[in-house]
Design a protein around this ligand. Sequence first.
Ligand code: G6P
Length: 367
Amino acid sequence: ALIDKGNHRHFMQKEIYEQPVVVAQTLQSYLRPLDGKVALPIPDSDLADIRRVTIVACGTSFYAGMVAQYWIERFARVPVEIDVASEYRYRDPVMEEGGLALFISQSGETADTLAALRHAKAGGQKVAVVVNVPTSSMAREADLLLPTHAGPEIGVASTKAFTCQLAVLAALAANLARAKGRLSEEEERRIVRHLAEAPAALNGALAYDEMIEKMAHMIAGARDVLYLGRGPDYPLALEGALKLKEISYIHAEGYAAGEMKHGPIALIDEAVPVIVLAPSGPLFEKTVSNMQEVQARGGRVVLISDYDGIAQAGDNCLATITMPKVHPLIAPLVYAIPVQLLAYHVAVVKGTDVDQPRNLAKSVTVE
Ligand code: G6P
């Protein structure tokens, strides 16, 4: 079928806006909200023996994997290692019995990821894939197929595939935890409820589009931008920086908020905007104290948090973006929206080719 941009100026914008619907669509195949259960297409008895998870991917899909590492270790207490595909394959990784190798890819065709999948399979690992194209090579070669239902993604910079990957990965983490006897019925019910709330929260986040568009003018003149986050929101800082680089060509770096004092703080001055991702939750205070270190050195901060977080820490910021207040589990999905929109609007201000950025390809089929 022919896909068009509808009322949107770019495919990327259309795909950002599709997220509440496609995340709901994806969750539908992994949750049974009425029973309060997660339901992956694999019996718990097959998951119970998994002793280690290895996550491998490239680009934005890799950052989804980083979020999953936090979730799987926290809920299922199974050790997780993670690597980019181009490194995994050539570092002679140790593959033990009982290892699940999990590959994440929008296209299911990325050459490095596919080669890594074959390598893991040859090494006796059980292979699971989270892919958006169910007819792809990775889908065909996997032992366990966990599709995202994002629909075709046309913009080269991935958006809706990412949040759908997170939805599947959260369900996987919960299902693995249950299979391992690590999740009470009550905890499972709670996780399912939080995940089921994600589409509405994504809608809530999209409501700040116009504000973010205005803010984009402040960022568009910068030569460098820094993104900071902690815990499961640290990969979102990396993703924010990647999106900005990819489509606006502004140099950007994502950093673990607590690691900033070991280097990037030397870069801080009023010319380097610092985007801080700090949802309310157990890590909020820590991230805010890192933010204050930036401000004490004259850095200009854009704080992305919820109403409470902004009331508490938003005072000396250059700007704030208010997100709906959500459970920390779904914050990585919700905070994807402002970082995507910010990159998008900055690119539009700069007049770059948003859907076809220079030197990049949608699916990289060379190693
Ligand atoms: C390319 C795209 C990125 C994508 C990456 C991995 O670099 O430009 O948006 O994240 O490939 O692609 P995959 O299809 O494996 O998720």
